[in-house]
Design a protein. Structure first.
Length: 189
């Protein structure tokens, strides 16, 4: 009972903090950032694309301790479904991306920062595939956004930093909603 109340009040506190600042749109990407929490990334993603219900997660599971547990909690908090794919080699990327979009009907692909997924050829494939499939490509690294990925959400020194690719945003008809966290800095490529 107490945990449930804490979870609800903690979630409301986080939402309150995130929603209380001013939006800045910039085109300069020389910003010091670190990886945002999973919750921050998904919370902001849902503001940009509220219709998202299912996300395919591509990563090397061995690099992320307790990822399945964390995604399970996040699934309950964000009321989303996650489909986790373990990327062991380059051919897995295409196989799992296609399975996620065709068989599992995901609305977005969430790409973690792994050596295979950071490979330029892999990034090019994922960008091309997500644009052709007209799905959001969420990445932990801003470099893939420069190449055509949709969005990257990171922690700045004092506020979240949202990297967006204008072509992907236009193709997917996403817009920056007025309710987007006012403390966020938005960088558009």
């Amino acid at each position: 009972m107490r945990f449930s109340m804490w979870l609800k009040s903690g979630w409301l506190f986080i939402v309150g903090l995130i929603l209380s600042v001013q939006l800045v749109v910039a085109r300069n990407d020389n910003v010091e950032t670190t990886e945002a929490s999973y919750l921050q990334q998904i919370f902001i993603l849902k503001q940009l694309a509220p219709e998202i219900k299912k996300i395919g997660v591509l990563c090397q599971i061995k690099n992320y301790k307790d990822l399945e547990t964390k995604l399970g909690r996040l699934q309950k908090q964000a009321q989303l479904e996650f489909v986790l794919y373990n990327i062991k080699n380059m051919p897995d990327v295409a196989k799992h991306a296609k399975n996620a979009t065709i068989s599992k009907n995901v609305d977005a692909l969430w790409v973690f920062a792994d050596e295979i997924l950071l490979d330029p050829k892999t990034q090019s494939y994922l960008v091309k595939y997500s644009l052709q499939s007209k799905i959001v490509l969420l990445s932990a690294e801003p470099e893939i956004i420069k190449k055509g990925g949709t969005v990257c959400i990171r922690k700045g020194t004092s506020k979240p930093v949202i990297f967006l690719n204008q072509k992907a945003v236009d193709l997917l008809t996403l817009s920056i909603p007025p309710g987007l966290p006012e403390t966020a800095e938005v960088i558009i490529f």
